[in-house]
Design a protein around this ligand. Structure first.
Ligand SMILES: [Zn+2]
Length: 117
């Protein structure tokens, strides 16, 4: 049975491998241990990374994004109207709704547009 290598140990091993044998040796090490790759801006290449930290150079492989978020809120209140039937009452209430204060009870958020910073 093989002992599981901790992430900390992977970083320490990789640092030694990188300083003595270079980038491709770190890749060999990562492949052997089935470590995934992410793009590292500092290395300017796909680099083995753990928890979004490049194993070769130690830089973050995370990128900044700007996401446009739309907040859609829902609020409820009762409005009293005088009408001839239920449909008429609902129409009158909709027309009058803009004149009333609503206390917000809940909201949804949608993230529609994302662009890399
Ligand atoms: Zn790197």
């Amino acid at each position: 049975m093989t002992k599981k290598i901790s992430n900390k140990q992977h970083f320490e091993n990789s640092a030694i491998i990188y300083s003595t044998k270079g980038f491709s040796a770190v890749c060999d090490y990562a492949n052997k241990h089935k470590i995934g790759y992410e793009f590292c801006k500092a290395c300017d290449s796909q680099s083995p990374s753990i928890q979004h930290i490049c194993l070769a150079c130690g830089s973050s492989t995370s990128k900044k994004y700007i996401v446009s978020v739309c907040r859609i809120s829902y609020a409820f209140r009762d409005i009293e109207v005088e009408a001839v039937d239920e449909n008429h009452a609902m129409r009158l209430a909709r027309e009058e709704a803009g004149n009333h204060e609503f206390s917000e009870k809940s909201a949804d958020y949608t993230a529609d547009v994302v662009r890399e910073k």
